[in-house]
Design a protein around this ligand. Structure first.
Ligand code: AMP
Length: 395
């Protein structure tokens, strides 16, 4: 495995890596950094938790070199939380280059963002709406962009940003380097890649479960009306230090948060109806350990890098199979061990089957010992038919 020095990163960047304590590049870094350093366009197929942020930030900083005070790199991301994280990475890795960043996202005032731009920045990290807003007001000029990074493109498309993203790409100079990262490589992503990128190199580090390989994950079948009780029982039994409970809807998130709080545990809640300051407070409280439980919709399932999450519990089976991988990827980050449990009721069979198809194998079914189930949980994958077949065989 080559070292960061052998990959060709310059001294000021290497020094920042030493500060971070990184010893070896991760697979996406090993493969993507030389491509980016060479100036070529790149499609990176990688989930979060693989070190993909550094895979694009390190070589980009190396190419930009010392601070020059005009926006030369634009990173587009789907959510505010991811924007904050990417910004932190650029600041950390660009420390010895004096790199200046601007963080632009909606839901907050313009003052600080405008001021940052006026003072001169090298890297702009933005969500699409606010970026267009500032561009239209002529506060931000994209004509000096040399490197355009589209992070979590699949997520941006899921969130309906296609038109905004397309417009932003058109505002950037034609002569540029473009890096596109996505956890899925579907037709929509391919379409953007085909017109926005020039002769790209593809680096794919997705391997089945990818980042989630270190996660012990299981399905807990249960009748839908017993889900609240089983959730509490799992929380009580799991010996968690830090747990994220994922729900499908904002309403579920609020109700479950109330339910858990009603049983004596303070909870942080993250969903799109909460204000930016509420979300920031929830996330900060969860990261510092003030809250040991966070209840969240999928807004928190991608990209967020929260250290030390010991457990993920899915209150519902995610509707999109990819979301399962993202959600359970919140634990077991950077090779730490984690556990992920999914409460599953028979009406969710279709979603579960899709996840198992994506993973290429069934997920283990478990029964929580000591929990009073109203009806015996079905521990055989494949629904009632398959269970009947297996019972017959066992006779
Ligand atoms: P990401 O996939 O970009 O969200 O990164 C996941 C986590 O891995 C972050 O906490 C990074 O700080 C960390 N990380 C990135 N690259 C390395 C590396 N080469 N060695 C150790 N940790 C890393």
């Amino acid at each position: 495995m080559p070292t960061f020095t052998e990959i060709g990163l310059p001294e000021p960047v290497l020094r920042s890596l030493a500060d971070c304590g990184y010893v070896n590049p991760t697979p996406i870094q090993e493969q993507a950094i030389p491509v980016v350093l060479s100036g070529r366009d790149l499609i990176g197929a990688a989930q979060t938790g693989t070190g993909k942020t550094a895979a694009f930030a390190l070589p980009t900083l190396a190419r930009l070199g010392p601070a020059a005070g005009k926006p030369r790199c634009l990173v587009l991301v789907p959510t505010r939380e991811l924007a904050v994280q990417v910004d932190e990475n650029f600041q950390k890795y660009g420390k010895y280059l004096g790199t200046k960043t601007a963080l632009l996202y909606g839901g907050v005032g313009y003052g600080i963002q405008v001021k940052a731009l006026e003072q001169g920045v090298d890297v702009v990290i933005a969500t699409p709406g606010r970026l267009l807003d500032l561009q239209e007001q002529k506060i931000l000029d994209l004509s000096s962009i040399q490197v355009l990074i589209l992070d979590e493109v699949d997520r941006m498309l899921d969130m309906g940003f296609i038109e905004d993203v397309t417009r932003i790409i058109r505002f950037c100079p034609k002569e540029r380097q473009t890096l596109l990262f996505s956890a899925t490589a579907d037709e929509r992503v391919g379409k953007i890649a085909s017109w926005a990128l020039r002769d790209p190199v593809t680096v794919d580090v997705r391997t089945g479960l990818g980042a989630a390989d270190t996660v012990d994950h299981a399905i807990y079948p249960v009748d839908v009306f017993q889900k609240y009780d089983l959730l509490l029982a799992l929380l009580n039994k799991s010996g968690y230090k830090s747990v994220i409970v994922f729900t499908r809807t904002k309403r579920d998130a609020d109700r479950i948060a109330e339910w858990i709080e009603g049983h004596g545990t303070p909870v942080a809640t993250m969903h799109a109806d909460r204000s930016q300051s509420e979300r920031a407070a929830a996330l900060a409280g969860f990261k510092t350990g003030k809250f040991t439980v966070m209840v969240a919709t999928d807004i928190a399932s991608r990209g967020l890098d929260i250290r030390g999450v010991t457990h993920v519990i899915n209150y519902n089976v995610p509707e999109h199979a990819e979301d399962y991988v993202h959600r359970i990827g919140r634990t077991g980050r950077a090779s730490a061990e984690g556990e992920a449990f999914t409460l599953y009721s028979p009406d969710e069979m279709h979603h579960l089957q899709q996840i198992e198809v994506l993973l290429g194998r069934p997920i283990e079914r478990r029964k929580l010992e000591g929990f009073r189930y109203y009806s015996e949980p079905q521990l055989t994958p494949g629904g009632p038919k398959a269970a009947a077949v297996s019972r017959k065989r066992n006779r």
